[in-house]
Write a protein of this length. Structure first.
Length: 253
């Protein structure tokens, strides 16, 4: 079999990607042990790059990769790749947003249950010999309304897990409409802020989403709510969140 070209793996990923690329005719090369600087020098010689988050593929770096055909990002976010530079150079960028879908959905479910039942606080107290039964009594999810912000791969996966708890699930997504399904009802952001008892973020890493959750966003909610963020840290203004936690506008995060 003639090789299509060589692919450098600068980060370790599931072996299935290596196997499938080899089957297709690509020559895979393991360079995961290289330092960041060594990797930047090495990638100029390859037609494909497989990366997670080791470093950012900037315009300057990509311009040195003359024969590059594709970049495979093992994960959902593409913030560590200059997408415009890649497009200008004719380099295809491929992500795998479904890769950690189930893990994130289950993790979000776990965090929500922890918050609603004060598990973290109660665990710390009990380990210190403190028993506050009434103060740590939890709240049932059944009958609550959860608002999902962003209804892509992750949002849908979380909604599937939530459905069995008897929760009213609503979602707002600024980039799509007509996505109501058996699990979720599409709403405006205003309606979400009127009805939600819980808010879960499932947003991309875009500059427009920086500090999406800030004092103005929080103050628009009709009632105090719990916040779950399994997206990106910069989606939330931490200073504003802490203030809201102290005032009781946000019940837990």
């Amino acid at each position: 079999m003639s090789h299509l070209g060589s692919v450098i793996f600068v980060d370790s990923v599931h072996s299935i990607l290596w196997d499938r690329l080899q089957e297709m005719g690509w020559n895979c090369v393991d360079k995961t042990s290289l330092s960041v600087e060594e990797s930047k020098q090495e990638i100029t010689n390859y037609q494909g790059i497989v990366i997670r988050s080791k470093f950012k593929l900037t315009k300057e770096i990509l311009s040195t990769c003359k024969g590059l055909k594709f970049i495979a990002r093992a994960g959902s976010g593409l913030e560590n790749i200059d997408l415009q530079a890649a497009k200008d150079l004719g380099v295809e960028v491929i992500s795998s947003p479904e890769g950690n879908r189930d893990a994130v959905a289950e993790h979000a479910m776990g965090m929500l249950l922890m918050l609603m039942n004060h598990l973290k606080r109660a665990d710390q107290e009990v380990r210190s010999g403190v028993w506050k039964r009434a103060e740590n009594r939890g709240f049932e999810l059944k009958g609550k309304t959860i608002g999902l912000i962003g209804y892509g791969v992750m949002g849908k996966a979380f909604a599937e897990r939530l459905k069995g708890f008897g929760i009213n699930i609503i979602a707002y997504d600024k980039h799509k409409t007509g996505f109501s399904d058996d699990n979720t009802t599409e709403v405006s952001l205003v309606k979400l802020q009127e009805e939600a008892d819980i808010v879960s973020l499932h947003m991309d890493f875009h500059e427009e989403n920086k500090y999406f959750v800030d004092v103005n966003f929080i103050e628009c909610f009709k009632k105090p709510f719990y916040l779950i963020n399994t997206a990106r840290g910069f989606n939330v203004n931490s200073t504003d969140l802490v203030s809201a936690l102290k005032s009781g506008k946000v019940l837990g995060a």
